[in-house]
Design a protein around this ligand. Structure first.
Ligand code: GDP
Ligand code: MN
Length: 388
């Protein structure tokens, strides 16, 4: 789960990490008033669930309140496209107005969950700022990675090694040690999969300051942080992902034109692989999980049909806990309700499979059934090509 920069900065602030003074605003008038309060000069920052804003015009230094108003009017409502948003971009509905900072040096610093070692690691680089991806690709030796042993936690001497590795000295190095320890404590206590400060700056006045902040919460731990629900900004999320979340379904948007409904992540991967092997392109996949009910299957099917890229649907379900006739009923219910005429191929196996297939074939829908994965993929391809 994502949150906005201004929210991430509030959390960092609660861990004694310094951030610039700022205000979150919702209108151009509020931006102008905030600029006045800061003495005119300020930084106007579009809040979207993506980075790369600086280069897309989403972070602008302005010199007086009227200019702040103008820039804000331009930004509000605009769909901002950055390398992290995808081609449709994300709509700007909140703007953070901050006091301007004079930068002496920019660093990259993050604590993230390394899925290979199943441990947190600290990542730091003296080449921080907007092009960290390029640094990682071209000169990986300029990036320090410290894996943290969960039993000992992060020790001050380890944090000190990172701080010294950034080239910091004296009090600044000690401040940085505290900051790194606090950042790790934040990642741990708030169940973050990522806490990133890019850039972490040394100001010309000689202070360490988190100029940008990004936090991702681990979705698997949200159940123990009910307060996180209030932090979500649904306007930044795919509406279909939101509906899927309500029914506890995992929906992933992809780029092709075949909607896929599956039960289980492994079956999802296999389905996508086989479709691609047969020359097909999945538009999405929706995992209904092991013990889905008829209602859940029906909601899942409707979500897939709402995806405007979908030209056909491929269902691949193993009826173990879930009976095939129940799955069939869910599909028929949903497809009839929204008057679906798109080609559908249902490959299922398991308990009550014959009854499930009979229900589907007698439903009057544009549906075919299949016995195996490869055959099912070929059938949906043939139907899409108009050959069946
Ligand atoms: P991102 O591009 O989405 O990661 O947005 P950032 O918040 O990191 O801003 C991009 C860049 O704008 C930073 O790397 C800084 O160089 C610059 N920037 C942001 N705030 C300030 C500021 O207060 N003063 C100055 N001089 N530069 C800033
Ligand atoms: Mn940044």
């Amino acid at each position: 789960m994502n949150i906005h920069e201004y929210q991430a900065k509030e959390i960092l602030g609660s861990y004694d990490i310094s951030v610039p003074r700022g205000r979150m605003t919702l209108t151009a008038d509020q931006v102008e008033r905030s600029a006045k309060m800061m003495g005119g000069r300020c930084v106007v920052k579009a809040q979207i669930y993506a980075g790369g804003r600086g280069k897309a015009g989403g972070v602008q230094l302005v010199h007086h309140p009227e200019q702040a108003h103008e820039v804000a009017k331009e930004l509000f409502g605009k769909r901002m496209v950055t390398p992290q948003t995808g081609p449709e971009g994300l709509k700007v509905r909140r703007i953070l107005v901050e006091e301007p900072v004079e930068i002496a040096r920019e660093f990259y610093l993050s604590v993230t969950l390394d899925r290979n070692s199943s441990r947190f690691c600290v990542i730091a680089s003296a080449e921080g700022g907007v092009d960290i991806e390029e640094v990682a690709a071209k000169s990986p030796e300029k990036i320090q990675v410290l894996t943290i042993d969960p039993f000992t936690g992060l020790r001050p001497y380890q944090a000190r090694r990172v701080a010294l590795g950034l080239g910091l000295k004296g009090d600044l190095a000690e401040d940085c040690v505290q900051l790194i320890l606090n950042l790790y404590r934040c990642a741990l206590e708030k169940d973050c999969s990522l806490v990133e400060i890019n850039p972490l700056v040394v100001t010309k006045a000689g202070w360490l300051l988190a100029l940008d902040a990004k936090i991702n919460f681990d979705d698997n731990a949200i159940f123990r942080h009910w307060e996180y629900h209030d932090l979500m900004d649904y306007s930044q999320m795919d509406p279909l992902e939101i509906s899927a979340g309500k029914f506890d379904l995992a929906y992933i948007k992809l780029e092709g034109n075949i909607g896929c409904m599956v039960n289980g992540a492994g079956l999802a991967m296999a389905t996508l692989d086989v479709l691609k092997e047969k020359g097909g392109y999945p538009a999405n996949f929706l995992d209904v999980g092991g013990g889905a009910t008829r209602e859940k299957v029906s909601e899942a099917f409707k979500i897939i049909l709402q995806d405007r890229d979908v030209r056909g649907v491929f269902v691949n379900i193993f009826g173990g806990i879930m009976r095939c006739d129940v799955i069939a009923q869910g599909i028929i219910e949903a497809a009839s309700e929204v008057h679906c005429t798109l080609p559908i191929v249902v490959r299922m196996d398991g308990s009550q499979v014959e009854e499930g297939k009979r229900l589907l074939l007698e439903s009057g829908l544009n549906v075919k059934t299949a016995d195996d994965l490869g055959g099912g993929a070929e059938t949906i391809m043939a139907m899409l090509a108009g050959n069946l």
